[in-house]
Design a protein around this ligand. Structure first.
Ligand SMILES: Cc1cc2nc3c(=O)[nH]c(=O)nc-3n(C[C@H](O)[C@H](O)[C@H](O)COP(=O)(O)OP(=O)(O)OC[C@H]3O[C@@H](n4cnc5c(N)ncnc54)[C@H](O)[C@@H]3O)c2cc1C
Length: 450
């Protein structure tokens, strides 16, 4: 804190996800004033959304109120509000009620939204899996279908589900759904387990991984009863079916969209902000935006340069590290030092395929592991991500080991409360979550929606 121009003004951070929280925490640690704006009053941990959607965890277990996260950071002010515009020249944001907030710097950490690539009917009929509200809507829908089938109001074909996208999101939700449906059918809660189709236009599952992982994911999902269909895209989505580019159709009431993402609408619509691939902000190596002094973009909202002209993937560890790095550079600017290029510490890539089945590619040489070792790697990386937002990470570790070791068929209780991570939080610390209406657009949502 320094006497540099603007040093007495708050840093404005748009977005309280992994990137925005890491940035605000680092600045708050140094006593810098921060105004963090998010439409939700809570942070959501996306890697566990599929567990909420499949009723394995209650929604409140993967969401944490921002005011609790910043309880020990008195210089961080949290504003729960929908941002309608970015004012990049003024280093600020405009809220839905017209209020403008400007600061010494603007950090754009607004994350992403599902990208439907113009597929007709996808936005209307498919269920995205990007927020806690999305996961809740999907859980409620699947639960309604299961109940209607078990009571004879729908025939058992209604149990068939189509998952679009063979990346980690699609693979994880497919794995969890096949386990759930098989367990329910085994216990005769539903007449059959239904079919879970996993559609991808590419010829491999988990495209960013190695050939060994592609095969492992394909084999494991097939053994669990899923039907991967590769080399064909989705042509259109309807209330009662999905039409594929190969001319076939799959009757279904449930289409889950894990087909891609692009930057949050407010980022793509911002005047004066040049966006690139995926509508994300192209940033310089130090995470600033060319020609816009004081503006940073981080996490899923940014195209962050990597080696050989590539950009870093949209991952939790990239978001967290880039958020923290932007704070470091703001601190440097405030003390009159030059900024430094972002250095990403790559922890590897990993995906959960089901209980006892995960793949991980770790270390510099992308060493491939699967099964319990991969699960341990997944656990370590996700515990580290969670530690930024939750002080009781040991509760997550013991829940996760327990989850890994249990026999799923024995524990599924569809209508009962799902098993909790025993965080031991105060009841007053619960976030305000509601499934609300289906939206990932940029109109101001109902309180608690995302
Ligand atoms: C289903 C799923 C599973 C994933 N699994 C993994 C995994 O296993 N491992 C991994 O490393 N990564 C995983 N990821 C990716 C990882 O979660 C993201 O890369 C990371 O969370 C991005 O963080 P962020 O802070 O950039 O964005 P986000 O976490 O999306 O945060 C953006 C914030 O901005 C707020 N916001 C946006 N627009 C506005 C507005 N107009 N007004 C107010 N607030 C706004 C949002 O409410 C949100 O809180 C997964 C992602 C998904 C969707």
């Amino acid at each position: 804190m320094t006497g540099q121009p603007g040093a007495s003004r708050n840093v404005v951070v748009l977005g309280g996800g992994l990137a925005g929280v890491a940035c605000a925490q680092r600045l708050g640690d140094e006593g810098v004033g921060v105004t963090l704006v998010d439409r939700n009053d809570y942070h959501q941990f996306q890697p566990l959304l599929y567990q909420v959607a499949t009723a394995q965890l209650p929604a409140e277990d993967i969401a944490r109120p921002h005011r609790v996260i910043f309880r020990d950071h008195p210089t961080v002010e949290v504003r729960t509000a929908h941002v309608t515009d970015l004012d990049v020249a003024d280093l600020g944001v405009t809220l839905a009620d017209g209020e403008k907030i400007t600061g010494s710097h603007l950090v754009i950490a607004a994350g992403a939204q599902p990208e439907y690539f113009g597929v007709p009917g996808a936005a209307e009929h498919a269920f995205p899996l990007y927020s806690v509200a999305d996961a809740e809507r999907l859980r409620i829908h699947v639960q309604d279908v299961l109940r209607a089938v078990s009571e004879g109001q729908l025939d058992e074909n209604a149990l068939d589900i189509v998952v679009v996208g063979g990346g980690p999101t699609g693979v994880e939700i497919t794995g969890a759904l096949t386990e759930l449906m098989t367990a329910l059918a085994t216990m005769e809660r539903i007449p059959a387990s239904g079919k879970i189709f996993l559609i991808d236009r590419g010829s491999r599952l988990l495209g960013a991984f190695s050939d060994r992982s592609h095969k492992y994911a394909y084999d494991r999902l097939s053994e669990q009863g899923a039907e991967p269909r590769l080399d064909t895209g989705v042509a259109s989505v309807h209330a009662d079916r999905v039409e594929l580019e190969d001319g076939t159709a799959i009757p279904t009431r449930t289409v889950i969209w894990g087909g891609g993402e692009s930057a949050a609408p407010v980022v793509q619509a911002a005047a004066g902000l040049k966006t690139g691939r995926g509508g994300r902000v192209d940033v310089l190596p130090d995470l600033t935006v060319a020609g816009l002094p004081g503006v940073y973009a981080v996490g899923d909202a940014a195209n962050i340069p990597a080696r050989h002209g590539a950009t870093l993937p949209q991952l939790g560890s990239v978001a967290q590290q880039s958020g923290e790095w932007s704070a470091g550079n703001i601190l440097r600017e405030r003390s009159g030092q030059p900024t430094k290029p972002f250095h990403y510490k790559d922890k590897g890539i990993m995906a959960m395929i089901g209980r006892n089945a995960a793949v991980a590619e770790v270390g510099k040489h992308r060493h491939q592991v699967d099964g319990p070792l991969a699960f341990a790697a997944w656990l370590g990386v996700h515990a580290m991500l969670l530690s930024g937002v939750h002080s009781k990470v040991d509760a997550f570790m013991s829940w996760a080991w327990d989850y890994f070791e249990r026999d799923h068929a024995a524990i599924v209780e569809w209508s009962a409360r799902p098993k909790r991570i025993v965080w031991g939080d105060e009841p007053a610390d619960a976030p305000h979550i509601s499934a609300g209406r289906k939206t990932s657009g940029d109109s101001p949502p109902a309180a608690g929606d995302s």
